[in-house]
Design a protein around this ligand. Structure first.
Ligand SMILES: [Zn+2]
Length: 86
C-alpha cells in the first residue's frame, strides 16, 4: 500500500473494475477507477489480470515461475473470482 491517498481505496477500485467487466460501472466510477489506476500499480495489475483472467492463467502455467510467484498469482486470481461471483 502506497503512502499516496487515493480518491477511492484499492478495494473499491477492484470492485469497480469487476463491475466494468459487466458494463455496470457508472461514468463517475470509471473515472475514479482510472484515476486510481494511474497511481496504483497493484490495481493496474489486478485490472489487467481481471480482464485477461483466463489468458493469464494459461500463460502463467506455461511460463516457469517460481513457487512463490505462482502462489501470489493464484491468490490474485482467487480474489478476482470471488469479487466477480459476489
Ligand atoms: Zn489500488
Amino acid at each position: 500500500m502506497s503512502k499516496i491517498k487515493f480518491i477511492i481505496p484499492c478495494e473499491e477500485a477492484n470492485h469497480v473494475c469487476d463491475k466494468s467487466q459487466y458494463k455496470n460501472a457508472s461514468i463517475r466510477e470509471k473515472i475514479a477507477l482510472n484515476l486510481h489506476l494511474i497511481f496504483c500499480r497493484a490495481c493496474r495489475k489486478y485490472s489487467s489480470n481481471n480482464s485477461k483472467l483466463t489468458k493469464t492463467i494459461k500463460k502463467a502455467e506455461v511460463e516457469c515461475l517460481d513457487q512463490k510467484s505462482k502462489e501470489a498469482m493464484r491468490e490474485d486470481f482467487n480474489q478476482a473470482l470471488k469479487e466477480i461471483s459476489s
